[in-house]
Each structure stands twice: as C-alpha cells, then as structure tokens.
Write a protein that binds this ligand. Structure first.
Ligand code: PLP
Length: 396
C-alpha cells in the first residue's frame, strides 16, 4: 500500500533537507487546470507549479512528444547533435532577439549563463571589475551568481561570502538606476515584472531608462523572463509589450511545460561572446527536454492562445477587483497579484483556499499570487474568483 500523507511527512522529516515548508497535500494526478489529491479530491490549480505547467497538466501533445523522444533517444550530451535541440534554438532565437541560445536545466542556470556573457563582454571592453546592477527586490535564482543578483537573499551572512561585482538600487527607481550604471557596468539584470516579490510590474519609463543607460555605457540589458516568458503576460515575451528590446533574455519554468529546461537567448552581438570552453552542461538541451519545449511552443505561440491569456487575464483581474478585501490587483495577462487589505492574514487565506480546493500561493505578506495555466477557461476563472471571494468574506 502506498504511504498516506502522515507517513510521507514522517519520511520527509527524516530524509529531506529542511529547505521547504510544504502544504499538507499529496497530489497524485493532474489534467488541464485540475489536480487530484491522494483521496481523489479535485483542486483548481491557479499556481501551475509556479508558472511551469502553463499548457495545463499532462497536455496530450507534450506527453506524446516526451514519450516519443524518450522512447527513441533520451540523451547523448552536447558533444553531438540532436534535431530537437537545434530546432528549439532556432525557434527561440527567431521568436525573440535573433542571436544565439545556450540551454540550461533551470532558471537560475539560465541566468548564470547571462552573467557569464555579461562579464566576458565587459572584460572585452577593458573593464577589470565588471558590475551587474539589479533591483532590490528582484529574484534571479539560488546558485551563487544568480543569488548575488537577488539582493534579499544575498544579504544572508550565513551563506557568504557572496560573489563580488553585484549592486542593487531601489525597485522601479529610474534615477537611481541611471546613477548606478557607469563605466564599470557589465549589465543591468532585471525582471520586467517581479514575480517572487509579489507581482510588481516595472514601469515603462524605468525600462526605457535602463535601455538608455546601457546604450550610453555599452552595458548589456538582460531581462529575466523566467516567470514572465512563454506567453504568461499575453505575448510570447513580456518585453514585447514594453518600449525596450533587451540584449539577452533568460527563460525556464513554462518552457518545458513541466519538463525542466532553461535557456539564455541573445541578440546577434551578445551571441558572439562565449566561445568553446567558456560554459557547458551535461544535461542541458537534452533531446527530451527540447522535444517537450517544442511541443509547448506549438501550443503557446499562437495568436488564439495569447489572445485567450489577455482575455482571461482581464476577466480574472475584473473579478478580483470587485471583491471586498482586495485593495489592488497587479500584473499583466495571467500573471496576477492580488494585494489584500491590511487586516487580512494572506497566509491564512492561502491555506483556507487550499482547503476549499483552490491552489494559489502567498509570495509576500498581503499578496495572493495567481498563475493559472494559460489554457484556463472562463468557467474556471469564475470559480476561482468565487472561492477567493468566499474565503475573503470569512476572513474579514
Ligand atoms: N528568475 C525568476 C524571475 C524566477 O521567478 C525564478 C524562480 O522562481 C528564477 C529566476 C529561478 O528559477 P529556478 O527556480 O528554475 O532556478
């Protein structure tokens, strides 16, 4: 017999490092925007594995692509060619900055590649001690390069010393950013819409200031699209809805539809920086991950699906705005943060919603984060808004 939840928790306590506080539910199956727990109870998933399962759980096309590729050839390493890997690079580059792609296995690794490109590019411009500038509440990942660009976490003394060459300025402060970018700046590395801090879009003026400052100094503009990319905001890339074109973008999360993959995508110029020996990965760009990502892009990168994201996002936003207890709704497309009234315990609301059968998350005090699959329908949006309304009603 399979272990029950209490037994799983006992095994976790004994064998897993204590890095996560898991919610008390064991999921065993998923389909579209639905999840089922071990007791057969259905949940509406408005988190999608933190913006990963964007085409819904177990999309038949992604399942078929993974099964087919794994059944023929799973892995050969980057010492050889496979067609899915090269085709995916073509598709990602042609859909964005037109340069080159380095594959990774996660978001943080995609950013590591971008950081290497930026540092080497800066050394090529004669900068001995290159610096990367980010915003104070940015999140770029947990490996040491990305961590150093994630000021809230880099402040940890117990994980130090941190990698040198990183600095941060207050969020969305165009003036402070312009002042920070100077002769030693290798890159500005920022999220177009902050995800982990609680869904905070960057103003267009600040993005434009970042682009200008980079152009003036020769620094690279890197947009971390790990949470915003692959259709989440209603365009394939979030930057398409802004006035700027970055020099690099990083992607991960939704790219593989549940299969781990990341990518660092460059402009033509930035694509020439890394050479053999500068970077590498055993697993990255593996044929199965690439096949999954190609299947995901076939589904997401269509005008119909992207229009659906904008329409359902508008409906979700309107529904939330009408609820008592919601003070503001932030975000774009289906990347939504609901700012709750001060007297509401957002963590308790998140836990209560799980009890009611709706999966969301609370990344910051007073914030519910909603990242439903991009294939979510109007009825599911209505149901989620109704559940949030009931929960807030009881909390007020
Ligand atoms: N960058 C952003 C904007 C993210 O939201 C995340 C993860 O939440 C990361 C980087 C790190 O990605 P990963 O957890 O796949 O390493």
């Amino acid at each position: 017999m399979s272990p029950d939840l209490a037994q799983l928790q006992g095994l976790e306590e004994r064998y897993l490092m204590r890095t996560y506080k898991r919610a008390p539910v064991e999921f065993v199956r998923g389909e579209g925007a639905s999840l089922w727990d071990a007791d057969g109870r259905e949940y509406l998933d408005f988190l999608a594995g933190i913006s990963v399962c964007s085409v819904g759980h177990c999309h038949p096309d992604v399942v078929a692509a993974v099964r087919d590729q794994f059944g023929r050839l799973a892995h050969v390493s980057n010492l050889f060619y496979t067609e899915p890997m090269v085709r995916l690079a073509e598709r990602l580059a042609e859909s964005s900055l037109g340069g080159r792609v380095f594959f990774a296995n996660s978001g943080t690794e995609a950013n590591e590649c971008a950081i290497k490109v930026a540092r080497k590019h800066a050394h090529g411009r004669g900068i001995a001690e290159p610096e990367i500038v980010s915003f104070e509440s940015d999140f770029h990942g947990r490996t040491y390069g990305s961590l150093a660009a994630t000021p809230g976490l880099a402040a940890s003394e117990t994980l130090g010393p941190m990698l040198p060459g990183f600095r941060s300025v207050p969020f969305d402060d165009a003036g402070a950013l312009r002042e920070a970018v100077g002769a030693n700046t290798a890159a500005v590395l920022i999220e177009p819409i902050q995800g982990e801090s609680g869904i905070h879009p960057l103003g267009d003026e600040t993005l434009a200031a970042a682009r200008e400052a980079c152009d003036e100094t020769g620094a690279l503009l890197i947009l971390d699209e790990i949470q915003t990319g692959i259709g989440r905001t209603g365009s394939l890339w979030a930057y398409e809805q802004t006035p700027v074109r970055p020099d690099l973008i990083t992607a991960a999360k939704a790219l593989g539809g549940g299969y781990p993959i990341g990518a660092c995508i460059t402009s033509a110029e930035a694509g020439e920086v890394l050479e053999p020996g500068d970077h590498g990965s055993t697993f990255a760009g593996g044929a199965v991950a690439a096949a999954a990502a190609l299947a995901v892009l076939e589904i997401v990168d269509t005008p119909e699906l992207l229009r659906g994201v904008r329409e359902q996002g508008a409906a979700l936003r309107a529904g939330l705005e009408a609820l008592d207890g919601v003070e503001e709704v932030r975000g774009r497309g289906l990347m939504i943060g609901a700012g709750l009234a001060e007297d509401i315990d957002a963590a308790a609301v998140g836990a209560d919603l799980l009890q009611r059968g709706l999966v969301v998350n609370v990344p910051a005090p007073r914030t519910l984060r909603l990242l439903p699959p991009l294939v979510v329908d109007a009825e599911q949006i209505e149901r989620a808004v109704a559940l949030i309304g009931e929960s807030l009603h009881d909390a007020l």
